[in-house]
Structure formats: structure tokens, C-alpha cells
Design a binder for this molecule. Structure first.
Ligand code: NCD
Length: 367
């Protein structure tokens, strides 16, 4: 089912198999598994059917007798509730929803992810596992240790493939077409995983796509992603946050994202460790944390300066366009524009329920 790709400290990592016309029994841990438009269309088509099912308040029993486990090691509101509700609505009989794994699970006592995954497979006889975790390779590691399909609900700063599916679904529902789009993606392109996954999925979803990446200098999109996008025919323009206005004016989709404060502190700690090398053991952890907070917060404040989408900026936008955001928003979209019909970010959250229902059914071989 899966092929070996590289080593990391956990041993061999695994690469998930491309969908290629068949979701059944596979993990869904990367947008790179969707190599053809038909596979994407399959999920979007079934998401439409799920919408009807939800609006009819249908009680489904597609997955009667089956068990799903949700393991969330990071904060989450939308992804957690929509995965949980999708599991309920497609009729899993046994649902083990574990939020706060980083606080309440044996991980706190030092248990490794491979052991935790094998534990839950045994303790629940899980047929599917949904995982959100702070490490980039977490879903690949989980897939290696579980026969039950893994759904990646966000891994480190690398991937958020179900968000990308729902984002593409949002664009199709709201604008009707995935070809010829100009999409402006703004904010934390370095740490944010949603934009990395969405931009790569758009390359498969539509033809003649242009992406404007708008960010402060220190939060630019990693070059390997830009390279991959260009190689797959996407036109990519990188620009500074002070040009957000112009980018918005030409866009069909404006995708805002929050500057992710939590990663600034983590990176500052890494930076301090690299600065001090072996001498780091002479410095107390409290001092390292205090220094990291200072450096991290200063960088965060400089990165967020002058970066708010408000009604003035939106007044230059096209009539037929949408504003999206994976949420949570902090300050980057002013509440002034919440009632503008082009603001699609609350509808976007609902689309996630339908897409995740369709995906669960597809991976369980029920559609
Ligand atoms: C995002 C995430 O967790 O990656 N939220 C989400 O899942 N909708 C974005 C974020 O945390 O800023």
C-alpha cells in the first residue's frame, strides 16, 4: 500500500499511495496523493450529495459497526468539530474523540507517536484514525504503524490536506469554475500549512492558475513549493504585504491567513540553541524561554504590521470574487466586511463538513 521514501529519526518514512481512481483503504495524508482532476471531482461531487443529506437531516448507517479515533495534539475548533460531526453523520458506531492529546495523553509521560498509534489501534480496534499533530512527518509515521487509514487533520507546518479539499470545494461552489483563477494568498506563508496544501491542490484542480503570494519578507513561501507550483504550470508572483491592495484588485479569490505566533517562539528557541551550541547547557531553560519570547514576539509584531483586509481595501476588488480564511482570524480581516456577500469564510467552514463526510466514506470504501 505504501512505499518507502526516506529515513528520519523514527526509521523509514512512508509515502502514501496516489489515489488514482480508488480511495478505498488508503491513508489521506498529503494533497500530492491527488494526481488527477477526476479524483478531486469525485470528492467534490460526493460532497454535494452530503450537503443534501445533512440538509435533509438524514440518519445514515453507512459505517455501522465501524470505529474511528480522533487524536488531536494541537488546538483546534473547526477541524475537530467538523471531523467529529462528519464521523457521526456518516454513521460510525464507535467514535473516540480525543482532544488535548498534548496535555492529557501518555505523550506527556514520554510515550512516542508510534507507540500511541499502536495503542489506539489495539485499545479500540479502530477502522480509521484522524490525526492532528505538531510534527511535519507525524501522519507518515502514524501511517507506518497503523493498518487503519490515517486522515491528516494538520501536520506541523507542512500539510493540511482536508482543508485544501474544502477550500477548493468552496471556490467551486462560490464561483462555479476552477479554471483561469487569480488567487491571492496572504499572511504566514512560511508557517501556515493550509496555503501550502491549497496552492498545490489548485495546480491539479484548474488550468491557467495565477497565485500571488503576499507576505512580509520573513514569512515567505519556501522555495521548494514555489518551484513545484511553477513546474506544474502555475504562474506564481511573490510580493510584499504593502502591495496587498493591488493584488486584491485583480483577484477572484483572496485567501487571508493569520500570522502564526506560536511558531515564532519555537523558531526563536531553535535559533538560541544554534547560537550557543554546546554552551547551551550553561543557560537555564527559564532564561532560554524568556529570551525566545522576547525575540519571537518582536518578530511577530513586525510581521503583522499593516496587514488588515478591511472595507476600504475590498472596495477595489472585483464584484465577483470571494474572500476566504481557514480561521482562526486574529486581526487580518476586519469584522466590517463580514456581511459583504463576497466574504465566504463562514460558509467555507460548513463546506468542510460535507467534504470530510465524503472523504471518510471514500476511504472506507463506501462510495
Ligand atoms: C489552521 C490550522 O490549524 O492549520 N486552521 C484550520 O485548521 N482551519 C490555520 C491556523 O491555525 O491558523
Amino acid at each position: 500500500m505504501i512505499e518507502k521514501i526516506e529515513q528520519n529519526e523514527q526509521g523509514q518514512l512512508f509515502k502514501p499511495e496516489a489515489v488514482n481512481g480508488n480511495f478505498a483503504g488508503k491513508d489521506f495524508i498529503s494533497v500530492e496523493q491527488i494526481t488527477g482532476k477526476e479524483d478531486l471531482d469525485f470528492i467534490l461531487y460526493h460532497a454535494d450529495l452530503m450537503e443534501k443529506s445533512v440538509l435533509k437531516e438524514e440518519v445514515r448507517n453507512d459505517l455501522a459497526g465501524k470505529c474511528i479515533v480522533l487524536l488531536f495534539y494541537q488546538e483546534s475548533s473547526r477541524t475537530f468539530s467538523s471531523m467529529l460531526n462528519a464521523a457521526q453523520r456518516v454513521g460510525f458506531s464507535y467514535i473516540v474523540p480525543l482532544h488535548g492529546m498534548h496535555v492529557f495523553s501518555s505523550a506527556v509521560k514520554g510515550e512516542s507517536l508510534p507507540d500511541t498509534i499502536r495503542t489506539f489501534v489495539q485499545s479500540t480496534a479502530a477502522n480509521m484514525i484522524v490525526l492532528r499533530h505538531q510534527d511535519d512527518d507525524s501522519s507518515e509515521i502514524a501511517a507506518k504503524y497503523s493498518d487503519a487509514p490515517i486522515i491528516n487533520a494538520g501536520s506541523g507546518t507542512k500539510e493540511h490536506p482536508t482543508q485544501a479539499l474544502l477550500d477548493v470545494y468552496t471556490i467551486q461552489k462560490e464561483l462555479g469554475d476552477l479554471d483561469g483563477l487569480t488567487v491571492t494568498m496572504a499572511g504566514d506563508l512560511l508557517n501556515g500549512r493550509t496555503i501550502k496544501s491549497l496552492s498545490r491542490l489548485l495546480a491539479v484542480a484548474g488550468s491557467d492558475i495565477k497565485i500571488n503570494f503576499v507576505s512580509p519578507e520573513i514569512l515567505r513561501m519556501p522555495y521548494e513549493i514555489i518551484y513545484k507550483l511553477r513546474s506544474s504550470g502555475v504562474k506564481v508572483v511573490e510580493t510584499d504585504i504593502k502591495n496587498l491592495d493591488q493584488a486584491i484588485a485583480e483577484s477572484n479569490v483572496v485567501y487571508m491567513s493569520r500570522v502564526q505566533r506560536e511558531w515564532f517562539i519555537k523558531r526563536a528557541i531553535e535559533y538560541i540553541r544554534s547560537m550557543f551550541g554546546d554552551r547551551i547547557s550553561d543557560i537555564s531553560q527559564d532564561l532560554i524561554n524568556a529570551l525566545a519570547k522576547e525575540i519571537g514576539n518582536a518578530d511577530y509584531l513586525s510581521a503583522t504590521r499593516g496587514y488588515v483586509l478591511d472595507s476600504e481595501m475590498l472596495s477595489h476588488a472585483k464584484n465577483k470574487m470571494i474572500v476566504m480564511h481557514p480561521f482562526p482570524r486574529v486581526n487580518e480581516i476586519s469584522m466590517d466586511i463580514d456581511d459583504d456577500p463576497r466574504s465566504a469564510y463562514f460558509r467555507q467552514i460548513r463546506y468542510g463538513l460535507y467534504v470530510r463526510m465524503a472523504l471518510m466514506l471514500a476511504l472506507m470504501g463506501k462510495i
